[in-house]
Design a protein around this ligand. Structure first.
Ligand SMILES: [Zn+2]
Length: 99
């Protein structure tokens, strides 16, 4: 089973490899999609439902800043999801919203 590390803070991809640690013990990753070497930040795991809820809230009314206040999710994380999942998310959201 593929281990889920988190999402690339640059492009939002979850196609990441662990790439050692920094001198202060932070996990680093290598992004196979955009080639970024970054420190993996405080990445909380969001379930698909949670993501959907957050993105839906964003599309309906909230600003990214509002989302930070409501869900305590970083703007970068959300915009990463939006970029990466744009098409898939839109389709899923249409389903959700048409209920
Ligand atoms: Zn990336």
């Amino acid at each position: 089973m593929k281990e889920k590390i988190g999402n690339c803070t640059k492009c939002g991809s979850d196609n990441l490899l662990k790439n050692g640690h920094t001198s202060n013990g932070k996990q680093q990753y290598f992004c196979k999609d955009c080639g970024a070497h970054r420190i993996l930040e405080h990445e909380k795991d969001y379930s698909e439902e949670r993501k959907g809820e957050i993105i839906r809230t964003y599309l309906e009314r909230a600003s990214l800043r509002g989302l930070e206040r409501i869900f305590h999710v970083s703007r970068n994380t959300v915009s990463g999801w939006l970029k990466k999942n744009n098409r898939k998310t839109c389709l899923r959201l249409k389903k959700l919203l048409s209920r």
